[in-house]
Design a protein around this ligand. Structure first.
Ligand SMILES: [Zn+2]
Length: 864
């Protein structure tokens, strides 16, 4: 046979074989079918459902039923979860909110952190239930045809698509497996991603362990379903074992409360933001508006309604109730209660009586702060306390209505426990302060507790050095705690910071005990003003705010008054130009070198003459430094206390120097609306007189050869108490590097490209302290007094650092960020330093000058 024929023959054979093979089977099947048809239809009905359809009842047979907004079934043997979605929940919006029940600071996840809220919709797609995050950032006027394209280029997020296990048609119930929803990071990402620049040795969580992650608690109510999940992150081996708070870095538990909340259906009235008052907001853009400010930003506020709307002042239908957690030290409870209730003074002006009420959580309470129905003032004494206390709240993203709040407070803030490993390097601390959490949370981050802690320690030091009574010491603690509580409660009412408020009183008024008695020492408790501590101890009055300030009252009026007309509201807002209603928040504050422009918006400052007040603080520190050794060495004790005091005093001085430096190149900002009574102009440069005053203060107290003088024999005693093998670096005090750190912080602002650029720009609109004048003054402040003689070791450090900064302006990595004008002045200054240098002074000074000369000569060669 030819090959082609053979192929055809083989094909036919295979086909025949297949037919023979299939036929008997097919015939058998037909026989079976016939047999089945012979069975009665009744038998068929009995058999089929048993094989195919499972009912909710059968699937939840071994489960505990936990009824609430979403009914949960938990298997009593395995603990696994199933959940019911009802017909009327489909295509409805819900709110998802989560908070940290417990974590470890090493992972930057710590108890009480609110993790934000979002809206999600439940959708049904064939045999699946989907959980889809909704976008709430945009508004479309429904009247505008553009609203038809409102979904264009906006992404919703499908978080989960879960198969329906059973359907009860009669009741409209769908049963789904809920394990994947809660025992994973589907609802929100918990473990932070690695951030660029993070060293590979940084502490990190391992991978989420599916076997170890479990449900700790389920609490179900008609309007919210809540689950606490313990996430376990495992890693076979770790590089960084973390702090003592971590028992085993290979297995770290993070506990999260998840809440699924019914969308509130009430008569809450949305209030839109105004730039003259500081509320937390949810930003919404009107996509159908042609305005240059198409903002519909939702103010965060409680749904406070008058019980009797006809009364000028009425009790609310439902007050804002605060619970003092049963973990609160008993002796502090009265002060805390008082702090909350102070806000009632503000609410009365907004038309409400007893808007706030305080209760104490019973020791045998069956609920805890994780229960979103309770607003709780909480205390912790963490191994590594978070950066500050904080008062978070969570809102309905669609309206801005605050649905719940807690306040976390750290016991450490009221102790002498130093909670930074490197507190003795405060200058470095300032450089590395991490504000990323603040930025991420849209300003919901508060570090007042930390700021205040240093101030309280300082006040204690001043008081005890000047022989204050126990009563006086108690007063410091009480007043600062009251101020902290009022501040944190303010956050939970929707208020953000007002870092400008400390401009209210003059230094003289603050040093008048009678005048300030019973007052808020600034316009607002929402500032981070420094404690009021007078150098002349006979003039010491109140240390801190004992009630809310005029700005606070006004802000609450704006947020909570049930305005009858729009005019009533705008009349109130038009009062913003009054000095006691001054406002500027973190976005404008100048704590970071070069960041902002108005020196009045600063933290840790005080009074309407912050230069004078800061100089006074420096003088006070200098006084104390002289006697520190004799006052803070106690027989039978180690020298740890003296060491702490030394660094504390130095830190206060450094802080005061930063405050003074902000006036140079500063521009005052007025956010009044055009034509508003009392309006000045949006930008007014700081007067020549004040800028010069600031420069002179820096020259005398920061840059002068004797600026950081301390008695030399003090240094011999700055010893740490030994504890085990705990010295991480060499233990001797790093005095020069510490002082240079303070000076560098000031120079970093003065020579920041933003500051220098603004000095030149503002010469066009009123600044008389010109760039050339300022840079000449600075050069003289750093060189003039000792260039022709011996230069001490502090000054050598400063002069070299400053010279390097000038060189960097010209040829450093960031040189292209500097304006031509400032580069020209940098070069001019380098050349004038070069001209001043002569081989004078002792050997060390001559070596220093030679170093400077070489640096400048080499740098100038590189300037193009
Ligand atoms: Zn705060």
């Amino acid at each position: 046979m030819k090959l082609s024929k053979l192929k055809t023959y083989t094909k036919i054979c295979i086909a025949l074989c297949l037919v023979l093979f299939i036929l008997p089977n097919d015939m058998n099947a037909q026989n079976r079918k016939k047999k089945k048809k012979d069975e009665t239809s009744e038998t068929l009905l009995n058999k089929r459902p048993k094989l195919k359809e499972k009912t909710i009842k059968s699937l939840t047979k071994s489960c505990k039923k936990i009824e609430g907004l979403f009914t949960i079934y938990q298997d009593t043997i395995t603990g696994s979860l199933q959940m019911i979605i009802t017909d009327n929940q489909i295509n409805k919006d819900f709110i998802y909110f989560s908070q940290v029940a417990d974590g470890v600071m090493d992972s930057r996840i710590n108890r009480g952190i609110y993790r934000g809220s979002k809206v999600f919709k439940i959708e049904k797609y064939f045999n699946k239930i989907e959980f889809v995050t909704q976008n709430t950032s945009f508004y479309f006027d429904p009247e505008s045809p553009l609203s038809k394209s409102k979904s264009a280029n906006v992404s919703n997020g499908n978080m989960a698509s879960i198969k329906i296990k059973a359907h009860d048609k009669k009741n409209g119930h769908y049963l789904i497996d809920a394990n994947s929803l809660f025992l994973s990071e589907i609802l929100s990402q918990i473990k932070s991603p690695r951030t660029p620049g993070q060293p590979p040795t940084a502490f990190k969580l391992g991978s989420l362990s599916k076997t170890k992650t479990k449900i700790n608690a389920i609490k179900n109510y008609t309007k919210n379903t809540n689950l606490t999940i313990e996430y376990v992150y495992s890693s076979p081996s770790v590089l960084n074992a973390g702090s003592n708070a971590v028992s085993d870095a290979r297995n770290v538990s993070i506990k999260i409360h998840h809440s699924l909340i019914a969308m509130p259906d009430n008569d809450y009235e949305i209030r839109y933001d105004d730039p003259r008052v500081g509320y937390f907001t949810t930003q919404v853009n009107d996509q159908t508006s042609t305005s240059s400010t198409p903002f519909r930003d939702l103010v965060h506020r409680w749904n406070l309604k008058k019980k009797n709307p006809d009364l000028a002042i009425s009790e609310p239908v439902k007050p804002i109730t605060w619970w003092i957690e049963n973990s609160t030290p008993i002796e502090w409870r009265e002060t805390i209660k008082n702090g909350v209730l102070q806000w009632n003074k503000a609410f009365e002006k907004a038309g409400f009586k007893n808007a706030m009420e305080v209760k104490i959580q019973p020791d045998d309470a069956t609920w805890d702060a994780g229960d979103i129905r309770y607003n709780v003032l909480r205390w912790t004494s963490s191994p590594k306390p978070p950066f500050g206390g904080y008062g978070p709240s969570f809102v309905n993203p669609k309206t801005g209505e605050i649905l719940g709040a807690d306040i976390m407070l750290e016991y450490a803030h009221f102790t002498n426990r130093v909670f930074y490993d490197k507190v003795y390097e405060l200058a470095k601390l300032n450089e590395t302060k991490d504000y990323s959490a603040f930025n991420k949370n849209d300003g919901l981050f508060c570090s007042l507790g930390h700021q205040m802690h240093e101030d309280i320690m300082f006040a204690n030091t001043v008081a005890s050095a000047t022989g204050a009574s126990d009563l006086e010491m108690e007063r410091i603690k009480k007043e600062s705690m009251l101020a902290l509580i009022m501040h944190e409660v303010g956050h939970t009412l929707g208020l953000n910071h007002n870092m400008k408020a400390s401009q209210l009183f003059s230094p003289e008024q603050l040093a008048n005990p009678e005048f300030i008695k019973g007052k808020c020492l600034t316009a607002s408790v929402m500032d981070y003003a420094t404690l009021n501590i007078t150098r002349d101890r006979s003039k010491q009055g109140q240390y801190d705010d004992v009630t809310v300030g005029p700005y606070d009252i006004w802000a609450i009026q704006f947020g909570y008054t049930p305005f009858k007309t729009g005019k009533d509201k705008s009349d109130l807002l038009n009062l913003s130009t009054r000095p006691e209603l001054i406002f500027g928040n973190d976005a404008d504050d100048m704590r970071t070198p070069g960041k902002a422009i108005d020196p009045r918006v600063m933290i840790d400052d005080q009074s309407n003459d912050a230069i004078k007040y800061s100089v006074d603080r420096i003088k006070l520190v200098n006084d104390l430094m002289k006697t520190a050794k004799s006052r803070f060495i106690k027989n039978g004790k180690s020298y740890q206390e003296l060491r702490r005091v030394y660094y504390l005093l130095s830190g206060q001085k450094a802080g005061a120097a930063d405050i003074i430096s902000r006036y140079i190149g500063g521009v005052y900002v007025d956010r009044a609306m055009a034509g508003q009574e009392g309006e000045t102009q949006p930008y007014t440069p700081v007067s020549l007189k004040d800028q010069k005053r600031a420069m002179n203060a820096l020259k005398t107290y920061v840059f002068a050869p004797n600026s950081f003088d301390a008695p030399n024999d003090l240094y011999n005693y700055l010893a740490m108490q030994r504890r085990g093998f705990n010295f991480k670096t060499t233990e001797d005090p790093k005095i020069h590097s510490q002082v240079l750190g303070y000076q560098k912080n000031v120079l970093r602002h003065l020579l920041h490209f933003n500051t220098l650029q603004r000095i030149t720009d503002s010469e066009l609109y009123g600044n008389k302290y010109t760039l050339s004048l300022f840079m000449t003054d600075l050069n003289n402040a750093i060189f003039k007094s000792d260039i022709y003689s011996s230069v001490n070791s502090f000054r050598q450090n400063l002069q070299l650092e400053y010279t390097n900064m000038l060189i960097n302006m010209l040829i450093g990595k960031q040189n292209n960020r500097y304006t031509h004008n400032s580069k020209s002045m940098a070069l001019y200054n380098l050349k004038s330093i070069r001209n001043m240098i002569s081989a004078t002074g002792n050997l060390s000074s001559r070596a220093h000058k030679q170093h400077l000369r070489t640096l400048i000569d080499n740098a100038i060669k590189e300037v193009k």
